[in-house]
Design a protein around this ligand. Sequence first.
Ligand SMILES: [Zn+2]
Ligand SMILES: [Zn+2]
Ligand SMILES: [Zn+2]
Length: 153
Amino acid sequence: MKTKPWGQLFLERNGIRNTQARRAILEVMGQNPGHLSTEEVYRKVNERYPHIGLTTVYRTLNILSRIGVVGRFNFGEGKARYELIDGPNGPPHHHHLVCSRCGSIHDYTDFVEEELELMHKTERALSDRYDFRINKHILHFYGLCGECSETSE
Ligand SMILES: [Zn+2]
Ligand SMILES: [Zn+2]
Ligand SMILES: [Zn+2]
């Protein structure tokens, strides 16, 4: 018996029709970590699947972010950026430090000790209060990076 690729299983588990474009985008995003714009995802997809158009990529990214397999971020550049946030091919769980001046995005996984505790506590309390089962979160901190805060003085 052939095991199905992870992307296909994820789509089926979420009751989402398993189309080639959806599988292709999950595959390409798994191989190109980072925070990709729609155009960047499109260019990567296009190298391998030239018949998948930009409109399809745009629509598919919307669907994938709605089911929570892809994170959709707005880092203040006026365009969305996407990153895989679930599955074995995604980056490890991380938080973001976003510089609102130069737009640099720092991913970090070396959480400060209190941070994990606070997140767990917050999730538990929210689940109780709103009767909502939380299975993931995305966290961004905005501010100025070291370089930008130096030049702003
Ligand atoms: Zn976290
Ligand atoms: Zn900066
Ligand atoms: Zn990230």
